[in-house]
Design a protein around this ligand. Structure first.
Ligand SMILES: Cc1ncc(C[n+]2csc(CCOP(=O)(O)OP(=O)(O)O)c2C)c(N)n1
Ligand code: SF4
Ligand code: SF4
Ligand code: SF4
Length: 855
């Protein structure tokens, strides 16, 4: 039973806020306004989740005439505001509303008819039974109309002042609020201040009072039977029993016994896919007529939410029949016009078009590359781009990078967007056909025939790679994050075999802050990355340990297998009858020994051997005890790929000693540095990677010293593979470098430029790809690869992949607040430091160009 402990005169308010929508700052301002301008006492506290953005923050605010000392969360709110429409399904928030209290919902639904269809039954019942004063407002529409999409904070704050009547008259509250806005945003210019003021001025008039129909409260009421589940689809036990309740903010209801299955700190990956966050107000819609099928949208999507598919005509028709009249996952209204799965004939050279051959039983036969299909059953596959609208973060990077303008943003949470989601779900269950475009095993054979000394397989290109299922899906990174975009590509290259140690920093947060883990599982093989996090300062050492341990144990497995194979072969030669193992298993073992170092064949062989091992019965273990050892090491039939992920704070600063040590140890390990040039996860403190002339925390007057050149330092060691990459600027070089790093038999370090929200890109993170292009063009971020193996072949190991700078760096600096605000703040210092930065760039380029010439 709920117990109310607060003074009757204390007003309690709860805000279910959308992370990074600006509300936390506004609430702090509101508390200050109330404190400064009334005789009320006030108190606020904020409960955050760990998503980098788009997460939920629950804000508890109290004010009253007596001092407030309550140290517990609000259970009976007088005022409750829901700042994001997707929350109505996710959180049982009205459980905390007092009878007769106010409930304000920000959403696109403005009348009873639509609300009846979209609100869950639980919520409708609470509105009626608790006699709530229910209001809706389309705050997103107001914010977007003044050029501040997503920033609903000031609209919702004005509504709060208006309905709570904490400061009367409302005109007075608005005056205080506007002053606070000016104070906060003046640094960003009066234009931003005025945009926020417009939000305030448009708020009250846009508020709609809803009189709920009585049947919302009925057990048999409308909506009861088309209830929308919080997490749609079939859920695995861990998500259903643990992750789901935690994400629905009911974690405290879990019992210890619910967690017993997961004791020891090992938890299942692949949970982010069930969250279906629906955080974006707008999502991309594809125009199949304009599309040139380059797959760049998918390659550059940070959240793996837009994908290319190869589809059979009958599948396309089936999808349309299934969903064109009513979306399966919602009870939203029917689409305004008929909606069908969009697809197009594949474009490109005839020999690069993916086809399948279907046998008499309808089974698909893999067409070997370059091999013509035989017979009349050959089918040319269709091409479709589809969006998982519930997982899209709305960053618009796909739209901005589409060379054919074939994508446009349209509202989410509409009948059309729900149907698009249904199509995505349908397409992602079809057979994975990436191998028709890029078949690693076939490529490897070709490479062997060509006698490529270094690479066992040529690198795929970004188009081919994008057909593969990413094994980092729907991460909680900021919309448009360049770090997660790149990590996704690594998983497309090696995800099935990957073991990754991640340094504390953003890569740990978007990768997997429990219970949500974005590292996922390949749907065909059930293989996927093994992920672990570490301290900020010692991740290279952890990754080294994982690699050394894994390699040692695999060699041990090899010895056991060699022993068994020779034992059984000997018995066969001597015609002994007690050969215990099946011929099939012995053949697989022999093949595996032959292909021990071959990564792609190890995938299929490990699956084959593991399924054969499962069939072995107890007496075999009695007769050959070593088989027990083999079974315990059976996950190492797969040739693992060991990775260390971390930011520049980790690599250039606090973890540098360990990194330096590991770089010289020669272990087959790949280190990927996400260079955001600041400590991003903790709000942008300077690191040794921060460039001269940039403002960062602890460098408020602009960093005076040059950025440390970690890439050239690593090249100087002469023993490891080194690359400098920028995914948005050069997709081909990026994939090539990551692929070469992985194939290099020793330690590799790849340093990637990753524009971050802390840079303050003018135009937002959606400009990240353009920024990377300009960074390469101005020489701010040169691209290169260094491969010590090339020296052994008498070649220059240093390859400069970017051209001489064609534009001055000033072009880049004016686009980023971290540089530009120094100009506003202190023009003289800015001039000095920015000219210094240009000299740093010129000097470095001269050095790199000389190295590329072998000087
Ligand atoms: C020893 C230590 N000091 C400070 C922290 C707090 N901390 C967590 S992540 C982080 C910044 C990480 O920055 P970076 O390595 O550049 O990664 P990014 O977040 O930019 O990806 C800091 C300072 C910590 N975890 N451990
Ligand atoms: S808008 Fe951003 S998150 Fe959504 S599909 Fe496009 S790139 Fe991906
Ligand atoms: S980026 Fe544009 S043209 Fe390329 S596949 Fe995507 S939608 Fe088509
Ligand atoms: S690196 Fe920057 S953009 Fe990416 S999640 Fe961290 S703070 Fe956000």
């Amino acid at each position: 039973q709920q117990v109310t402990l607060s003074f009757p005169s204390t007003t309690q308010s709860l805000f279910y806020v959308f992370g990074a929508d600006g509300t936390v700052g506004s609430i702090k301002d509101a508390i200050q306004i109330i404190g400064d301008n009334t005789d009320l006492y006030s108190q606020a506290h904020f409960v955050y989740d760990a998503k980098k953005s788009g997460g939920v923050t629950i804000t508890h605010v109290r004010f009253g005439h007596s001092p407030i000392t309550s140290q517990y969360e609000i259970q009976d709110a007088d005022y409750l505001a829901c700042h994001h429409p997707s929350y109505v399904r996710k959180y049982d928030m009205l459980n905390y509303s007092k009878e007769g209290s106010v409930f304000v919902l920000n959403g696109p639904w403005e009348n009873v008819e639509t609300l009846s269809k979209v609100l869950p039954y639980q919520m409708k019942k609470a509105i009626v039974q608790k006699k709530l004063k229910f209001y809706v407002i389309n705050a997103e529409k107001i914010a977007a109309s003044v050029g501040l999409p997503g920033r609903v904070n000031n609209v919702m704050q004005t509504v709060f002042f208006y309905l709570s009547e904490v400061i009367k008259p409302i005109e007075q509250a608005i005056e205080f609020q506007k002053k606070a806005i000016e104070k906060t945003f003046k640094k960003k210019g009066m234009q931003v201040v005025e945009q926020n003021w417009k939000c305030v001025d448009s708020s009250v008039a846009a508020l709609i009072k809803i009189d709920p129909p009585k049947d919302w409260g009925d057990e048999e009421g409308l909506g009861k039977f088309d209830e929308i589940p919080v997490f749609p689809g079939e859920l695995p036990p861990f998500f259903k029993n643990v992750a789901g309740p935690v994400l629905a903010l009911k974690g405290e209801e879990l019992k210890v016994s619910d967690l017993m299955l997961y004791k020891g700190g090992i938890l299942p990956t692949d949970t982010a896919r069930y969250e279906k966050r629906n955080v974006s107000a707008n999502v991309p819609i594809w125009d199949e007529q304009k599309c040139v099928q380059c797959n760049l949208c998918s390659f550059l999507c940070p959240h793996a939410s837009i994908r290319p598919y190869l589809v059979r005509e009958k599948e396309a028709e089936e999808a349309t029949t299934l969903f064109s009249t009513k979306p399966s996952s919602s009870s939203s209204p029917l689409p305004s016009s008929p909606y069908k799965l969009k697809y197009a004939k594949q474009k490109g050279a005839t020999n690069s078009i993916a086809k399948i051959i279907v046998d008499e039983e309808g089974k698909e036969i893999i067409r070997k590359q370059g091999e013509e299909g035989k017979g009349e059953k050959e089918e040319e596959l269709l091409f479709a781009i589809s969006v998982t609208t519930a997982d899209c973060m709305g960053c618009t990077i796909c739209v901005g990078s589409c060379p054919a303008k074939a994508l446009a943003m349209q509202p989410n949470l509409t009948a059309e967007s729900f149907i698009e989601q249904d199509y995505f779900d349908y397409l992602s269950k079809l057979p994975n056909r990436a191998h028709l475009i890029y078949n690693e095993i076939e490529e490897e054979k070709k490479s062997k025939e060509k006698g490529d000394a270094f690479l066992s397989t040529p690198a795929p290109n970004s188009k081919n790679l994008s057909f593969k299922q990413p094994l980092l899906e729907f991460s909680g990174a900021c919309a448009g994050c360049a770090e997660s975009t790149l990590a996704k590509v690594v998983t497309q290259l090696v995800g099935k075999r990957m073991v990754v140690a991640t340094a504390c920093g953003c890569s740990m947060v978007w990768g997997g802050t429990e219970p949500s883990c974005a590292y996922s599982i390949d749907r065909d093989t059930q293989l996927g990355p093994t992920y672990t996090g570490s301290l900020f300062e010692d991740t290279s050492e952890l990754a080294l340990g994982l690699a050394v341990g894994g390699i040692y144990m695999r060699d041990k497995l090899k010895k056991f297998v060699q022993q068994i194979v020779s034992q059984e072969q000997k018995k066969e030669e001597e015609n002994e009858k007690d050969i215990v193992l099946s011929k099939d298993l012995l053949n697989s073992f022999a093949q595996w020994l032959n292909e021990y170092e071959n990564p792609s064949i190890s995938v299929s062989l490990s699956l084959q051997i593991n399924s054969q091992l499962k069939k072995i019965t107890g007496d075999v273990f009695d007769k050959i005890p070593i088989m027990k050892e083999i079974q315990s090491l059976s996950d190492l039939f797969l040739k693992k790929s060991y990775w260390c992920f971390g930011g520049d704070g980790f690599a250039y600063d606090i973890g540098f000693g360990g990194l330096d040590q590991v770089l010289q140890m020669g272990v087959n390990l790949n280190i990927l540095i996400y260079d955001t040039e600041v400590y991003s996860n903790t709000g942008g403190q300077k690191s040794k990677s921060t460039p001269r002339g940039a403002i960062a925390r602890f460098a408020a007057a602009g960093k005076e010293t040059q950025k440390k050149d970690l890439g050239l330092y690593a090249v100087g060691l002469r023993c490891c593979y080194v690359a400098n990459i920028a995914q948005g600027a050069n997709p081909l070089q990026t994939v090539k470098a990551l692929h070469e790093a992985e194939e290099f038999p020793g330690t590799s370090i790849v340093i990637a430029l990753c524009p971050c929200i802390n840079w303050g890109l003018k135009g937002g993170q959606s400009k990240s790809v353009e920024e990377q292009k300009l960074a390469v063009k101005t020489g701010y971020w040169p691209l290169f690869r260094y491969n010590p193996l090339l020296s052994k072949e008498g070649k220059n190991p240093f390859i400069l992949d970017s051209a001489a700078p064609s534009d001055p760096v000033s072009k880049l600096l004016e686009r980023e607040t971290r540089f530009d605000s120094l100009k506003q703040q202190s023009p003289e210092t800015a001039k000095l430091l920015h000219e210094g930065l240009q000299r740093d760039i010129d000097d470095r380029y001269k050095r790199l160009a000389a190295m590329a010439k072998g000087e």
